[in-house]
Design a protein around this ligand. Sequence first.
Ligand code: SF4
Ligand code: SF4
Ligand code: FES
Length: 256
Amino acid sequence: MSSYEARFKVWRGDVEGGGLEDFGVEVNDGEVVLDIIHRIQATQAPDLAVRWNCKAGKCGSCSAEINGRPRLMCMTRMSVFTREETITVTPLRTFPVIRDLVTDVGFNYQKAREVPSFVPPPGLGPGEYRMFQEDVDRSQEFRKCIECFLCQDTCHVVRDHEENKTAFAGPRFLMRVAELDMHPLDAAAEDGLDRKRTAQDEHGLGYCNITKCCTEVCPEGIKITDNALIPMKERAVDRKYDPLVWLGSKIRRRSS
Ligand code: SF4
Ligand code: SF4
Ligand code: FES
């Protein structure tokens, strides 16, 4: 086993302010950035605050920015960096810092609450739902989300514009609206809830200019922009400007 000493800069501070602190720390074969943060905690800075749970890329809690890029610390191998490189670890920039690498991601829970949940089909009880695999194939990809909020952190609509946070749900929750809109059994429309309209009017779909930065950082490889946001934009526009779609929705509403 070979080991070497790496140079790390880790952001330390709290809501009042802070800065980067330098550390020289041992690295062994096969380690990930979270191992090194834990070693710093164990040997040099016992009060260094860091959030993590699974160390397997599944709980979504160890999100941070490594050399400026939003990543999971537990899934970032030290071998992707050269031994000479200084590795900088900072908290997610889009959310308020609590302490050191821990941020307050409450914005995301608030946005989650604003998306109306699945509406069960009338007349069917739990256990009676039947769907064809081909009808759920498209939205199943979105269920892989681990809620790490890296996509929310990287999206420039809120990253540099705090003022947009009220009107914009962010890629993760626009994807949730798309998932429900594609759900073969969701009866929201029958209940008078037009998910395409709410995506546009209430969750800020129009702010997204399909830069695909969210897709690039998703550790689950979900094609957020291509498979959720763009199709939903197309459907929202169809609904608004296509006279046949508009007429169809009027007729359906009148006959129901
Ligand atoms: S594609 Fe849209 S949601 Fe994703 S980062 Fe770009 S602007 Fe944000
Ligand atoms: S869509 Fe991807 S990047 Fe966004 S919260 Fe889910 S897993 Fe994380
Ligand atoms: S510790 Fe769970 S995703 Fe990193």
